[in-house]
Design a protein around this ligand. Sequence first.
Ligand code: NAD
Length: 267
Amino acid sequence: MNHGIEGKVCLITGAARGIGSATARLFAEAGAAVALFDRDEAGVTALAGQLRQQGTRAFGAALDVRDLDAYTQAVARAEQAFDGVDFIVNVAGGGSRQTLATMTSEDWHAIVDLNLTGPFNSIKAGAPALRRRGGGAIVTVASLAALTMSMNNGLSYTASKAGVLGLTRHAAFELGRDNIRVNAVLPGPVLTPQMKAKLSAEKLAAVPRTLPLGRWVQPEEVAAPILFFCSPMSSACTGTHVVIDCGLHVGSPNSRDEYDRTRDLEA
Ligand SMILES: NC(=O)c1ccc[n+]([C@@H]2O[C@H](COP(=O)([O-])OP(=O)(O)OC[C@H]3O[C@@H](n4cnc5c(N)ncnc54)[C@H](O)[C@@H]3O)[C@@H](O)[C@H]2O)c1
C-alpha cells in the first residue's frame, strides 16, 4: 500500500523494541529511510541491520533522549546520512510504580525527564531540521493515562504523559507557520514482548476482559496511527491526538481494589 511517505526520512527513538521497533518496521515497509535511536545501542543496531538487508536505508545508534545536546547530534547525524529529516517520532518512555507515599524527588524527576523532557528535546532538536526541509511531522507518544490515570505506573507517569499533550498542542501552535505538524498517540494496554515477560499469566488473561474489544492492543496497531500522523492523509491534523486502547477509555470495571492491594500507600 502506498502511504505517501516513500523516500522520506524518519528518526525514531525507543526503536530497540516494543512500539518503537514496530514503528521502525512499518516506516521501512512504507519505503521511508529510518534513523533508529535508543539507549540500547545493540538493539537498534541489530534492527537497523535487519532492515538494511531488506533494502531499507537504515542505521541505529545510541541516544539518551533526556539529553538535548545528544538529541541535537542524533538529528544532525540522521540529516547527514539521509540528506535531511522529514519526521521525528519520540517513542522512548517508561514508568515507575512509586506512589505518592513512596516516591522521592529523584524518582519523580527521573520519570518526568524521560517522558516529558524527552519529547520536548525531540521537538527542540528536531524542528530546525524539519524547517530546513520546508516542513514535516513530529509525533509524540503519550498514553491513555494522559486523559485518565495509569493503573500500572505511578503518578509521575500520569502527570508526565498529561504534560506531553500540552507540549504537543503548544508546539503545534508555534510550528504551524513552518508547516511542521505535531500530534500525539495515546496507547492503552499494548502487548509488547516486555509486557508479556513482566505480567503473570493470570493478569495477561484478565486485561482483555476489561476491554470492549476483548483483546490487547498490538504494537503494530500503535505504529499505524503514528504513520498516519506523518503521512499526507493527516495533512490538516496538528495539535491533536488519537487514542489506541481497544476501547478502554469507554469504561472499565473498577480496579481500585487491586491498586490498593498491590501498592504501599502508607509509607
Ligand atoms: N506498552 C504499553 O502498554 C504502553 C501504553 C501506553 C503508552 N506507552 C508508551 O509507549 C512508549 C513505548 O512503550 P513500549 O511498551 O514499547 O516500551 P518498551 O519498554 O518495550 O520500550 C521502550 C524503549 O525505550 C528505550 N528507552 C528507555 N529510556 C530511554 C532513554 N532515556 N533514551 C532512549 N531510549 C530509551 C528502551 O531501551 C526501550 O527500547 C513509551 O513512551 C510508553 O510510555 C506504552
